[in-house]
Design a protein around this ligand. Sequence first.
Ligand SMILES: [Zn+2]
Length: 308
Amino acid sequence: MAAWDSLITVQIFYTDQFVLPLPDGHRFPMEKYAMLRARVAAANLSGGEPLRVPERANDQEILLAHDAAYLQRVVSGTLAASEIRRIGFPWTAQMVERSRRSSGTTIETCRSALDEGVAVSLAGGTHHAFRDHGAGYCVFNDAAIAALVMQFEDRARRVLIVDCDVHQGDGTAAIFSDDPSVFTFSIHAGKNFPFRKGESDLDVALADSTGDELYLSLLEDGISHSFSASQPDLVIYLAGADPFEGDRLGRLSLSKRGLARRDQMLFSMCGDLGVPVAVVMAGGYAHHIEDTVDIHFNTVRAAASLRK
Ligand SMILES: [Zn+2]
């Protein structure tokens, strides 16, 4: 429990100033990131530490998880129209910058978590990005890149990705399908996007309208199983806000209180075993954007309150 016994800082990283331009009426709630940072700053959740802006992920880091030809098409703006449609964002240089920054944020969050015990990114969770293509608002797979960078830098050997976004982490599952050193656990709505599911090391597919109690009991079993199967040096936690009952794309029926209990459960299980945890935000598409921001804020606050 070394890392957690001495936990005195919880670094919080952000990247919301790198905005990718979206056409009017686009349903991705890009503004949630700046709203979240404002709330985190106002509540001084970083305990006097400045919120931090990481470097962008460089080519060498991205290529640990992605195909060189795909990276080249993204960077040079030569993605096919069908590839751009699948991602769901128009191609712009700012999109490339934002995607690099978002992955850089998760890399830095993992480094800090390994040093301190817990760290938080106010971005990240782009789990529908595959080795050679993007999808579902995801260009690069930040958790996959960061896990592989931690291994490359010899900071962690075994990594567990706990994906609580309501959509299955299909890109992450595919990237690590042949890699026993990274265990992928996804708990998601079974009938939701992506309609053709990948195969994680552990998948829990939930029925529509699953509520707090059943969700939390299946999550607890899933985390226990994942820990014993993977013996991780690091957990990357995708704390999606989209299992919320008021989410437009969710299909589940978790309350804000249930989502807060979810976060507590994950943190206390990591803390009991002394495993560092890097927290990233992932999706959230509530009818009222304030609800998404509230849920993410509660996650950050729970992480920050682990400071000794
Ligand atoms: Zn999602």
